[in-house]
Design a protein around this ligand. Structure first.
Ligand code: PMP
Length: 398
């Protein structure tokens, strides 16, 4: 058979880098003896009452298209949820600012589609989950990375911190959009309210959009929810906040998220959703409504458990030779440096092959994180974490 001619795809799409986490995971394909901490999800199944709401919806025959922006009942419930977490302006303040999306990743892509075009300049705080940077690149934008800095001394050695002055200096009137993910995947860094205030004030001056990825806002160990741009924004601010059911409600496979938008954009996003996915599946939205209704049964217990996981993993990892690691303030990842193992992609592959331990390489999140490894500690059974540390310890000092 004659081979296909080389398809003339857009160069930027053709040149997208494949996921390095997948590249490591492929080392473990077909093996049952690998302890896997490489992906960003818990091994806990979605709570039964959420699954049952989806099943009831399917039994009731809800198998049809629905509103682009999401079921009105779900948007109402999200407005109440948002209001309870952010400022208490009343649910009616939020309801016209909400769009239900097919996962957080879809919401973020919609924002890039709406805001950036070829040649635009986008600033991103890095290292960061790679999808966030790939999306404006796909739209043809230039992405300028502003790296977090690693603290080298003191009790927080290994913590990643923001150089606020460097970030503000990078955002100019030419900057179309700022991408910031806090609590951050992979570093666990979070923004504080003063930094958010300074960033917002600066972006108001430069006319820059802020796309804030706050999908980990509930997975925060400082008490309550992580500081959010939603606590600060006025309705007409150029700020879009992306959220997800994946992390706070143990619903990664369901693919449901939402955006909080300036109200003037909602109708445009409704059109964009029509052309992307048309709507999120109704039975998934019913499950999400149930999750919100009884959310107090899920998220606080999850955060308590994640804190136990973190406190199990972090001191044990720190006790290993060559490990630098600060306790993460939010999220579900321990992000650590391993001295003498600068090629972290190769290290992660060797750990799979030689130790049966599955971690994500830091370089998957950007060149500034080369030499680091990410360990997702959302594990139902904390003894798995202890076993993983034992595997790493034996590999380091056989
Ligand atoms: N943002 C960040 C920072 C993430 O880590 C993830 C998931 N890994 C998402 C967004 C998207 O989550 P989802 O598409 O599952 O809602």
């Amino acid at each position: 058979m004659k081979p296909l001619e080389s398809p003339s795809m857009r160069a930027v799409v053709e040149q997208l880098e494949a996921s390095r986490i997948r590249e490591v995971a492929n080392e473990g394909l077909g093996r049952t003896d690998v302890l896997r901490f490489w992906f960003g999800e818990s091994d806990e199944v979605t709570p039964a009452f959420i699954r049952e709401a989806a099943i009831a919806s399917l039994h009731a025959g809800e198998t049809f298209y629905a509103q682009n922006l999401g079921l009105p009942e779900l948007r109402e419930a999200l407005a109440v949820y948002t209001d309870a977490l952010h400022r208490g302006r009343g649910a009616s303040h939020w309801v016209d600012r909400l769009a239900v999306t097919s996962g957080g990743v879809n919401g973020l892509m919609l924002a890039s589609q709406a805001l950036v075009q070829a040649g635009d300049e986008v600033v991103a705080v890095t290292p960061v989950w790679p999808n966030l940077v790939a999306q404006p690149l796909i739209m043809g934008a230039q992405v300028r990375r502003v790296p977090l800095r690693v603290q080298t001394e003191g009790p927080r050695a290994g913590a990643w911190t923001l150089d606020l002055d460097a970030l503000l200096a990078a955002i100019t009137p030419r900057t179309r959009m700022l991408l910031v993910n806090a609590p951050n995947n992979p570093t666990g860094w979070t923004l504080d309210a003063d930094e958010q205030r300074a960033i917002l004030a600066h972006c108001r001056r430069t006319g820059t959009w802020i796309l804030a990825d706050e999908v980990y806002e509930r997975l925060y160990f400082g008490g309550g929810t992580a500081p959010s741009f939603l606590d600060l924004v006025e309705p007409d601010d150029r700020v879009i906040v992306a959220h997800s059911f994946s992390k706070s409600f143990l619903m990664t496979g369901w693919r449901l998220g939402w955006l909080v938008l300036p109200a003037t954009l909602t109708a445009t996003f409704s059109k964009l959703i029509e052309f992307n996915t048309s709507c999120a599946p109704v039975f998934v939205q019913r499950a999400a409504a149930a999750a919100l209704q009884r959310g107090q049964e899920v998220t606080p217990a999850l955060v308590d458990h994640l804190r136990t996981c973190r406190d199990t993993l972090v001191p044990r990892l720190r006790a290993l030779p060559g490990v630098t690691l600060a306790e993460p303030l939010g999220g579900m990842y321990a992000f650590f440096r391993l001295a003498g193992h600068d090629d972290c992609l190769e290290t992660a592959k060797r750990l799979v092959r030689e130790a049966g331990l599955g971690l994500a390489p830091g370089s998957a999140f950007g060149p500034e994180a080369a030499g680091w490894l990410r360990w997702c500690f959302a594990s139902r059974d904390t003894t798995r974490l202890e076993q993983g540390v034992d595997l790493l310890g034996r590999w380091l000092t056989p």
